[in-house]
Structure formats: structure tokens, C-alpha cells
Design a protein around this ligand. Sequence first.
Ligand SMILES: [Zn+2]
Length: 218
Amino acid sequence: MRIVLIGPPGAGKGTQARFLAERLSIPVISTGDLFRAHVAEGTTLGRRAREYMDTGALVPDEVTTAMTTSRLAEKDTSSGFILDGFPRTVRQAELLHQALVEQGTALDQVLAFHVPDDQIIRRLASRRICGDCRLTQRTDPADSGEENACQACGGSLQRRDDDREETVRKRLALYTEQTAPLLDWYASRWLLTRVTATGLIEEVTRRVFAAVLPSTVI
Ligand SMILES: [Zn+2]
């Protein structure tokens, strides 16, 4: 199966992508990871992306798409893949569609994770990262968490600047602005399934599996 996951930051998309990938025995392709690898390895695409990033410009859709589609041409994706973090725009969706057509395939499903903004803000407000081992973990929302110790290594926990309420609100507004047309684009092609991503992780997993594998879920 060829699946795209779309969701706001903090929607738990990465976790669900891993469960689904395990169940379907297909790889998760995270565009963020691909991007970092290309830049770190200094590939042609990585160097092109770097030039834009260095000048503070947005990396063009063509560059991001080329990174993703070259990854999709690798052998381990022959029975499918889960794309996480791509496409983000209608232009990228069109380019992806074109690339898949050239490979003789097409997407099977697009899952859009929905979580109300206030819940995301609450989730991210309790997220901390360990300064030593970089493990991300939750703190009790009731305390400030700044003095808490890492559950893995005892290091000191910090809040990421990205997770502050103002920053999160800006990211969510940008997400909605960018993805609303993308969701419409996929909905008009009968590929879109909306998944409510609130509640326990297991409950979300059940909804995701029910959407992707309706006949096999109890
Ligand atoms: Zn740690």
C-alpha cells in the first residue's frame, strides 16, 4: 500500500506511522530525515537545498520532491511505503503524482490526522527534551518541568523553543493555511480519510488501522 500521512505538529503522526509500517511491512519515509541526510552527505540535491537554506529562502518544491521520489525508486518500497511529512503543498502533491505515474503506480490512501489546536498546544506544552541524550518525554503539566530529570539518563530536561505556545500557534496557523488546499485536492480524488487523533495512542492506532485495513480490524 502507498500511503501519505498528513497532520499538524504534535498529532502523533510519527508514532502511528511506525505502527502501521510494522503491520504492513513497508518502510516509513520521513521527508525530514531524508532532507537532513541529503544535506549532511552533501549530495547534489542536498547542496542545492543548502544554498536556499543559507540565504533563508524556502527550498523549492522541485528539490524536496526530487529527494522523495528518488527514495521511492528504491527496492524496499516495491510493495508500498508510508510518506510522513510530504507532500505539504498542492504543487508537491502534483509532482508526487506525476513521479508515481512514471513509476507505474499511484497512491492508495491519504490519512489526515485531526487534533483540535488547544489539545496540540497542551500536548506540546508538556513536552521536554533531554539536554544529554535528546530523548523526548512528557512532564506533568502541573509542574514547570524545568528541574525534572530525564527518565533515561538523569540529564536535565529542557523545553524546546518550538514548543512554546506562541510558536505552536504560528505553526498551526501555517499548517492550516498550507494543508487545507492539499486536503481538498486529495478529497476531490477520493483518496482522503480523516482520522480523529485524540484520546489514547491505542485508540488512534485502532482508527488508523480501521481506515487502512477495514476488513482485518476487530
Ligand atoms: Zn537523557
